[in-house]
Write a protein that binds this ligand. Structure first.
Ligand code: FAQ
Length: 336
């Protein structure tokens, strides 16, 4: 939960700067009352423009993350070490695509079209999670993405199941169940590698070393530097702050790392008896912002692959639309 001082420094829950005409003021008051009572806002309900805009931004960026996030792991489907691992990986990557589709649908309920959302991704205007701009160099990276990236995603997404916007909250329930399976399969794949040869154990450790800090940055900037957090908290979109989620993730993962037998690459990581949490070292926020700004190791490759996939899939969309039109025509004829 957010601290009291953090909330006190936040703007009021209205989010509307312009003076409101009487009717709008009434709608605003009803909206504020619903939010204060921890109720849900549904697509047909009146909502302030800024609330709608924030949701479109966050939900669409989340959807973009899911579909761009198919690439780093998809890269290993043809090289999975066994048929069992290949089947699991194909299913996982397909799940991520499904998450993207639920989320695009949730964003569309806010009145924005899928074409527009994708155009914003393809032009580089819309963001997606920083974590997917790093390369997957070894098979262990697939396990580490499941364990740490899906693990971080779940930690962030469980509170979103209580988000004030109904369609987003409902989509998150199913997404979290699937992500939970993803996290466990990643951990299990690593456990098997850690029981293997010295080379396999070294491969896991190298992967953890490369991904650990990037996963901590997934939670977003510190609350003090997060422009959207305070307002999103007042609107009941964000239920838990970036820093608290990051800390919860570190606390949970440090114990799991011990079971796995890997070390986390942070010399300052240490249990703090007084705080009841792990202390941890400084995150490189300059590197994070450079990656978010388009200058990470794989940004250009990820976007180019996504744009190409979209163009290559044009015939599928055309065929689906033509089929839907034919079905509609047949139904109309049948009804006539
Ligand atoms: N990467 O003020 P805040 C997954 C941006 S899904 C890139 O704190 P906010 C599943 C932020 O957009 C992973 N940009 O913003 C999977 C904003 O910029 P803007 C995605 C980031 O929205 C697993 C600016 O910084 N999950 O992994 C990042 O209140 C395996 C200021 O930040 C979600 O999207 C970042 N890491 O809080 C798939 C969850 N962090 O928009 C495949 C939903 C911050 O003003 C394989 N989203 N920024 O230009 C959220 O919970 C929030 O949007 C946060 C950011 C917490 C990500």
């Amino acid at each position: 939960m957010y601290t009291q001082s953090f909330l006190q420094s936040a703007p009021a829950a209205t989010g509307a700067a312009a003076p409101l005409v009487a009717q709008d003021a009434q709608k605003q008051a009803a909206f504020d009352a619903r939010i204060s009572a921890d109720g849900r806002i549904e697509p047909q309900d009146w909502m302030p423009a800024a609330y709608r805009k924030t949701l479109v931004r966050q939900i669409s960026q989340h959807a973009h993350s899911e579909i761009v996030g198919m690439q780093p792991e998809g890269n290993w489907i043809t090289r999975a070490p066994s048929l069992k691992r290949k089947c699991i990986l194909i299913a996982k990557v397909q799940d991520e695509c499904g998450h993207g589709l639920y989320l695009y649908s949730a964003a569309e309920t806010l009145g924005v079209g899928r074409d527009q959302l994708l155009a914003d991704l393809h032009s580089g205007k819309a963001k997606y999670s920083s974590i997917f701009n790093y390369p997957t160099l070894s098979w262990a990276d697939v396990g580490v993405i499941g364990w740490l990236v899906d693990g971080a995603a779940i930690m962030n997404q469980i509170p979103l199941c209580r988000c004030s916007y109904g369609p987003y909250a409902r989509a998150m329930i199913r997404v979290c169940k699937e992500e939970s399976f993803h996290q466990r399969q990643g951990f299990e794949a690593l456990l098997v590698l850690m029981q293997g040869t010295a080379e396999q154990r070294a491969m896991v450790q190298d992967s953890v070393n490369r991904f650990w800090w990037k996963c901590l940055a997934m939670f977003g900037p510190p609350d003090a530097d997060s422009p959207h957090s305070a307002q999103a908290a007042h609107w009941g979109i964000k239920r838990v702050g970036n820093d608290e989620l990051r800390q919860k993730f570190i606390d949970a993962t440090a114990a799991q790392a011990q079971v796995l037998g890997v070390s986390l690459p942070d010399p300052e990581l240490k249990w703090n008896e007084v705080r009841g949490h792990y202390d941890y070292g400084a995150i490189d926020w300059d590197e994070f912002w450079a990656t978010v700004g388009g200058n990470g190791p794989c940004n250009k490759e990820r976007l180019a692959t996504r744009v190409k996939a979209h163009h290559d899939g044009q015939w599928v969309r055309d065929a689906a639309l033509a089929h839907a039109r034919k079905v509609q025509q047949r139904q109309r004829k049948g009804a006539a």
